[in-house]
Design a protein around this ligand. Structure first.
Ligand code: ADP
Length: 712
């Protein structure tokens, strides 16, 4: 705060006369005022009225008159005094030889001390620090503020150096050079001081003016204003500006940066603030076709705007930032923009990573063959993997959001699993259950439930995986059945072996009986006995053949004979079902090199299928078995007059596990094994509907498998 020079260093040449003139003119103003008051009073009251005034009120005009008279006398005296003084001063200034009178000197002394007192009161009343120092630094005068600040009486301070009363050195922020001050006679700057017993530094904005005596500078008057609070605020603000993690900027409407904080310098990868401020607005653009990123881009109104911006970094990379900025309006125009830039590049990268991970998880779940179900603690389905479409033919939406009890019967076992895990009874529960596909097909499912924990390892729901184990279950059953069959085969082999000996004896004895000297009746009986024993021996032989463990490799066989053996084996069950077999061997067939066991299995399977098909729908029926040959293959046909095969099943019957039989009756593996066996032999098996109803299975075997071809 600049201090008017005249108040601290009054110039002798004009200060006193102007003070006198002021006093003089003030006197005249008072006198004029009184005269006007008197005139107005007289004009208002006429003589007649005055005459009639009550005795008491006469005092008013009389008083005014008396006052005017007294004041005129006083003014006259003062005017004389003033003009005398003026003369005296002029004399002093002009160094006239006329010596002032004693009285004049007295008056001058009084005047000076009065104006000094006024001046002292004035500077004491100042809130600012005011002091005068001589060139050696000793205090010549100080105002009350200084005595209060230093907590030292005026008399102690005067004549001593200010530094003696401070707690530390006096520091000038703007360098103070004495030679320069003596030349310029003025200095302004900020000074910081530390008071004794107080660690806090105080800041003063100072103006110093030279005190001149003659032409020499003898000291300085200083007026100083305490700006410590302002400084503290500034410092706090600067600290905030410097330490903020968000970038802060000010820029012109054209996008030219005017001020930036260190955080923004770091975000954009520059070495210094100056380097960044020196850039043209276009340097921050990511795309040359765009307008400058900061400044009026996006909004010209100056209202606060929040947007995502992409800024070019020094290294060429891109910083994605959230810009919150406002226009500063002066005279109705936006003169600059100021705002903050929060670097969200990493956040965006993380978000992208998160999205990718999410996508990865989604794809993983989609490709997972098991159905994944997630239920919250309220028992609602919160996640259903898309695999449900394939597994049960329904959409995840049909289940999502539904309560566990609301879902249909297909889910009743899942509801039980959920309850047992959600109730904390077990940490892992599983069950096997039958569920129906939308197509009507029944499937065996294995459900496994376990608790779903949240980030704090507290239960947040239940996660259930459901696997279609239909195939595994069928295989399991098939293995059990195969094992049982193998055991039976072994048993049959054993029985057949045991039966062979008694049968050989019966055959021998019955033959002897036939040939011996017996009656005709006995011979006939012996013949029947012999025939039946032979039949039994054949059956035993066939059983032995079938039950024998398959010989590795192929052997040369007559296909007619193989068919015959199977028919023999099945004579009884076929007869029981009222099924007649119409078989005509084909003597022209060449012997074939095949695996006889495997082919017998094929024939047996076809025979049993046909017999079952007839038995389930008819009282009786016929199976026609024919063999024949082409130029390059032999064929065997099994044709029955049963119900036949539905056209929609024709393409599936060779698929493993395809069956139309009741559970426990069929495995659906028979025909698929037949197909596999024939493929292995280089042949094939096909199905068709018989012309008059029923099914026709045609087996073909390449002649390459014949003994002649093998030999050739
Ligand atoms: P399975 O006999 O255990 O069902 P298969 O593979 O032997 O298994 O047979 C598959 C299906 O083919 C049977 O379930 C049946 O529907 C059909 N099938 C096979 N042979 C005949 C036939 N001769 N007449 C009618 N249907 C048949």
């Amino acid at each position: 705060m600049p201090m008017p020079q005249s108040t601290v260093t009054p110039k002798r040449s004009n200060a006193t006369p102007s003070g006198l003139e002021r006093e003089e003119s003030q006197l005249w103003r008072w006198a004029l005022g009184l005269i006007v008051l008197l005139a107005v009073t007289v004009a208002y009251f006429s003589w007649e009225q005055l005459k009639d005034l009550p005795y008491r009120l006469w005092a008013v005009p009389a008083g005014i008159f008396l006052l005017s008279f007294l004041f005129a006398a006083y003014a006259f005296g003062r005017k004389r005094e003033v003009s005398d003084l003026r003369q005296l001063l002029r004399g002093l200034e002009e160094r006239s030889s006329i010596a002032p009178t004693e009285e004049q000197l007295d008056q001058l002394g009084q005047l000076i001390s009065r104006s000094q007192r006024n001046f002292k009161e004035l500077i004491d009343s100042l809130d600012d620090v005011a002091l005068a120092v001589s060139l050696d630094g000793s205090l010549r005068t100080v105002n009350k503020r200084v005595t209060e600040m230093l907590a030292t009486p005026y008399s102690t301070l005067i004549g001593h150096k200010l530094a003696d009363f401070l707690g530390g050195p006096l520091v000038t922020e703007t360098p103070f050079d004495l030679a320069r001050f003596l030349e310029k006679r003025t200095w302004a700057g900020v000074v910081s001081v530390q008071l004794a017993g107080n660690s806090r530094r105080l800041y003063y904005d100072c103006v110093a003016n030279a005190i001149v005596k003659g032409d020499d500078v003898v000291g300085a008057s200083v007026l100083a204003r305490n700006i410590t609070d302002q400084r503290d605020k500034e410092q706090r603000f600067t600290q905030l500006f410097e330490t903020l993690r968000e970038g802060v900027y000010m820029c012109s409407p054209e996008g030219q940066l005017l001020e930036v904080n260190p955080a923004l310098v770091a975000i954009l990868g520059y070495a210094s603030k100056e380097e960044l401020l020196g850039l043209p607005p276009d340097a921050l653009k990511v795309d040359a076709n765009l307008e400058p990123v900061l400044g009026r881009a996006g909004s010209q109104s100056g209202r606060t705007r929040t947007r995502e911006v992409r800024l070019r970094r020094k290294d060429g990379g891109i910083a994605v930032c959230q810009d919150v900025s406002t226009g500063v309006i002066e005279d109705g125009k936006v003169v600059r923009y100021q705002g903050t830039l929060v670097d969200i590049t990493e956040k965006r990268v993380l978000e992208r990573q998160l999205r990718q991970e999410e996508e990865f998880r989604r794809r993983l779940l989609e490709s997972f063959p098991d159905l994944i179900l997630v239920l919250n603690l309220k028992g609602q389905y919160t996640f259903v993997s898309p695999c449900i479409r394939e597994l049960l033919g329904c959409d995840p939406e049909q289940l999502l959001g539904k309560a566990v009890d609301e879902a249909d019967d297909n889910w009743s076992e899942i509801a039980k699993l959920y309850r047992s895990v959600a109730a904390g009874e077990t940490s892992r529960a599983s069950c096997e259950y039958a569920a129906q596909h939308r197509s009507g097909e029944w499937r065996t499912m294995l459900g496994i439930a376990s608790p779903l924990l949240n980030a704090e390892a507290k239960p947040a729901g239940v996660i259930i995986s459901v696997r279609d184990v239909t195939t595994e279950k069928k295989l399991e059953r098939q293995i059990i059945q195969s094992e049982r069959l193998a055991a039976m085969g072994q048993m049959i082999g054993g029985f057949a072996h045991e039966l062979n000996n008694p049968l050989t004896s019966i055959l021998g004895m019955s033959e002897l009986l036939q040939e011996g000297p017996v009656s005709e009746t006995t011979r006939k009986q012996a013949t029947i006995l012999h025939q039946q024993a032979r039949r039994a021996a054949e059956i035993v032989q066939n059983l032995q053949f079938f039950a024998r463990p398959p010989a590795p490799g192929h052997s040369q066989v007559d296909l007619n004979e193989l068919v015959q053996r199977i028919l023999h084996m099945q004579t009884y069950p076929l007869r029981k079902s009222n099924v007649t077999v119409d078989f005509q061997p084909e003597p022209t067939l060449p012997p074939m090199v095949v695996d006889p066991n495997q082919l017998m299995q094929v024939f047996l399977n076809l025979l049993l299928n046909a017999e079952q098909a007839i038995r389930e729908t008819r009282e009786k029926g016929t199976i026609r078995v024919r063999l024949g040959r082409n130029s390059d293959s032999v064929w065997i046909v099994f044709q029955d007059d049963g119900p036949g095969i539905a056209p929609e099943n024709l393409t599936h019957i060779f698929d493993p596990f395809f069956t139309t039989k009741r559970p426990g009756r069929g495995t659906g593996l028979g025909l698929s094994i037949c197909k596999a066996v024939l493929r292995e032999h280089g042949g094939n098996i096909e199905v068709a509907s018989a012309p008059g109803g029923g099914a026709v299975f045609t087996i073909t075997l390449p002649l390459g498998a014949s003994a002649g071809a093998a030999a050739g």
